[in-house]
Design a binder for this molecule. Structure first.
Ligand code: NAD
Length: 260
């Protein structure tokens, strides 16, 4: 029943979003990929997904740091594929700095991509989902949507707010066959994490090895990074009919971080 569903995954040319896109593609969903890069820049990634896909794959360039880009993205996907059944708000960026050094433009960019763009995609996609009485919305928050760490004020504020948005929309559409959930990963070794290593080394005055062991994995009792596929498997389960009663939740995949 789910095979021909159409899934839009924002920020799906790398890391967690790419893992979700691949999982959905192998399940037979029609997959709408997105990033801010041009189609030519991500052609290899598109090819990688197409190679394993059982159904169509489309690429939609949209820079979600721009106001209203999320709404335009949803409209473009609906124009090409007719509808959106599954929406994964995954695009995100990180800025690491003490609050007094965090530039207002960085605060704005982090908030816009993680939170405002999710508001835009949800409010645009949900109209159609409500008409069909079926939908799945998955917001990729973070363990930092539930607890804080130093030097990530914009990210942590946005990820907490994304959970609030998740709960509210879940209540609004609970009788419409639409579920809305957040997934909260601990540290997953993706380009996003690799990029912040240098900033973390600077603010903590540590080597790369020390940052990994004493900052990133210090709070993750398993002492291992979570794999992107662990997140994509959960996303896949949330899209199944057996997950129809799971809504308004924050599913934590954090190696035990928040058990303390
Ligand atoms: P990543 O850097 O590997 O991938 C980010 C994706 O978002 C890329 O496809 C990138 O092109 C896209 N993107 C970035 N800016 C964009 C913009 N302006 N417009 C459109 N697309 C844009 O990152 P990741 O680690 O896979 O993170 C994915 C999500 O998971 C993020 O929301 C992140 O906050 C969240 N998360 C990651 C971790 C982790 O440890 N990696 C932990 C918790 C939550």
């Amino acid at each position: 029943m789910l095979a021909n569903k159409i899934a839009l995954i924002t920020g799906s040319t790398s890391g967690i979003g790419l893992a979700i896109a691949k999982e959905f593609a192998t399940k037979g969903y029609i997959v709408a990929l997105n990033s801010f890069e041009s189609e030519a820049q991500v052609s290899e990634v598109i090819f990688e997904v197409e190679a394993i896909a059982k159904n169509s794959v489309g690429y939609f360039c949209a820079d979600l740091s721009k106001t209203n880009a999320g709404a335009e993205l949803v409209k473009a996907v609906i124009k090409k594929f007719g509808q959106i059944d599954i929406l994964v708000n995954n695009a995100g960026v990180q800025k690491v700095a003490p609050i007094e050094e965090l530039k207002p433009s960085d605060w704005q960019a982090v908030r816009q991509i993680s939170l405002d763009a999710s508001f835009d995609t949800i409010r645009t996609a949900i109209v159609d989902m409500k008409k069909r009485n079926w939908g799945r919305i998955i917001n990729i928050s973070s363990v930092h949507g539930l607890v804080a760490s130093k030097y990530k004020s914009a990210y942590i504020a946005a990820k907490h707010a994304l959970i609030g948005l998740t709960k509210t929309v879940a209540l609004e559409v609970a009788e419409k066959g639409i579920t809305v959930n957040a997934i909260c990963p601990g540290y997953v070794l993706t380009p996003l994490v690799q990029k912040q290593l240098k900033d973390q080394m600077k603010v903590h005055n540590m080597s790369e090895k020390q940052v990994i062991e004493q900052v990133m994995l210090a709070n993750q009792p398993t002492k291992q990074f979570v794999k992107p596929q662990e997140i994509s498997s959960m996303a896949s389960y949330l899209c199944s009919d057996m997950a129809r009663s799971i809504t308004g939740t924050s599913i934590v995949i954090d190696g035990g971080w928040t058990a303390r």
